[in-house]
Design a protein around this ligand. Sequence first.
Ligand SMILES: [Zn+2]
Length: 90
Amino acid sequence: MIHPQQPMFDTLLRFSQHVQVIDECWYWDGEPSADGSYRMNVPKNGGGRTTMTPKRYSYLFMRGHLTGTDQIRTTCGHRNCVNPGHLERF
Ligand SMILES: [Zn+2]
């Protein structure tokens, strides 16, 4: 039997495999999708799956709640950084 939290662990593992930590920043090195954006496939709380940017995933997983209209930006000046400590919502 698959543990209910297994999809969350799998997603966190996939996330960590695409992060290069250099100094304070966590650089995302995943492949962009066809439109040039970076997307992750993530399990939803109530079941099913959704896609979101690695920045959004990092913020949600490690910092907390976001509303649908919240956007995420980096505060360190590195566009591909996904360090949750370098992300803010706006
Ligand atoms: Zn950074």
